[in-house]
Design a protein around this ligand. Structure first.
Ligand code: TUI
Length: 310
């Protein structure tokens, strides 16, 4: 796999330049361990979970793999301070952050020898993170599922790659070897993949959620919360129709929160894909089947390598 060796694979000690997204309610110890065992970097998603819950997830993953895995600290979480400490106490080697600016934790993480990878949606934040000591950035395009920025992967990745010297990891709209090869052409040295791993055999999301992604068409994606500055990409359903209608009528964020509060959990765990939030990226339309993480990673890496050699 020489062609796929980059500063990111060397820094993280992984075989393939493929990082799993730290998805809220989805990225648990089973998924993270499976991705790491297959040669990528698995991530446990801290999401809104309390520190002790994340600690348990970390301990379970450690029992399943000796390979490196990381933790995503979701910065909007009320428990972010606790999770930030737990990763240090548990000897985690790689942390990714999302949905905010992690500056206040950087010194503590760097002192603990943690590789810090911040998810950014703009050149400005990428430059700032480099200045604060980030080891790499994930340039996440608006094609991604969940909480998103405005710039597309196609435009963001090369601009971030030009602006910083640390490695850039591309995310948003990538789910096969073509996407990985394209990201490399744009200047990325690894990719972060979320949506495809949601339908992995090792993913514990409800079967209805997996089937909704597998059945999704190219144009099934919707973004709620744009008018309130909390844009969330998910698959169209009863919830998004109602949300977007009320949003258009000028309802406030507080009035609409009841539609999304806890609704990701409702979709992921209870399988309520009509009233729940089915977060997924725009590439959901291309995802056709459930496979093991190993099958997905080996297939994507082989395809990318063949394309990059051409
Ligand atoms: O974080 C994500 N994606 C997420 S987090 C999430 S959980 C959640 N659920 C409901 C409401 C809110 C969150 C679901 N999906 N991706 C990484 C990401 N970070 N995308 C965009 C950003 C971002 C945006 C603005 C990072 C920093 C930022 O500005 C920070 C600043 O202070 O300048």
């Amino acid at each position: 796999m020489q062609a796929m060796e980059t500063r990111v694979t060397k820094m993280l000690g992984i075989q393939y330049p493929i990082i799993q997204g730290g998805m809220a309610w989805v990225a648990d110890h089973d998924l993270a361990a499976a991705v790491s065992e297959a040669g990528g970097l698995g991530l446990i998603g801290g999401a809104n979970a309390p520190g002790e819950v994340v600690r348990e997830e970390i301990r379970k993953a450690k029992k399943m793999t000796d390979k490196p895995f990381g933790v995503n600290v979701m910065l909007l979480s009320p428990h972010a301070d606790d999770v930030a400490k737990v990763v240090v106490e548990e000897g985690i080697k790689v942390v990714t952050t999302g949905a905010g600016n992690p500056e206040k934790y950087m010194e503590m993480w760097k002192a603990a020898g943690i590789k810090v990878i911040t998810v950014v949606a703009s050149v400005a934040l990428a430059k700032r993170m480099e200045k604060y000591g980030a080891d790499a950035v994930v340039a996440e395009g608006t094609e991604s599922g969940g909480h998103i920025g405005e710039a597309t992967t196609m435009t963001l990745v090369p601009q971030v790659a030009d602006a910083v010297s640390i490695p850039v990891i591309a995310a948003g709209g990538i789910a096969d070897g073509r996407g990985i090869a394209a990201a490399f052409m744009l200047g990325a040295e690894a990719v972060q993949i979320g949506t495809r791993f949601v339908v992995a055999k090792e993913s514990n999301v409800h079967e209805n959620y997996k089937q909704r992604i597998i059945k999704a068409k190219d144009i099934d994606s919707a973004v709620t919360g744009r008018t309130h500055g909390h844009p969330i990409r998910c698959l169209r359903n009863k919830m998004t129709r109602e949300y977007l209608k009320l949003e258009q009528e000028g309802k406030s964020f507080e009035e609409l929160e009841y539609l999304t509060l806890g609704s990701l959990r409702k979709a992921v765990q209870e399988g309520d894909i009509n009233e729940g939030t089915v977060m997924a990226g725009q590439i959901a339309g291309m995802i056709q089947k459930e496979q093991t993480c190993r099958e997905m990673i080996e297939e994507m890496a082989a395809q990318a390598e063949a394309l990059l050699k051409r």
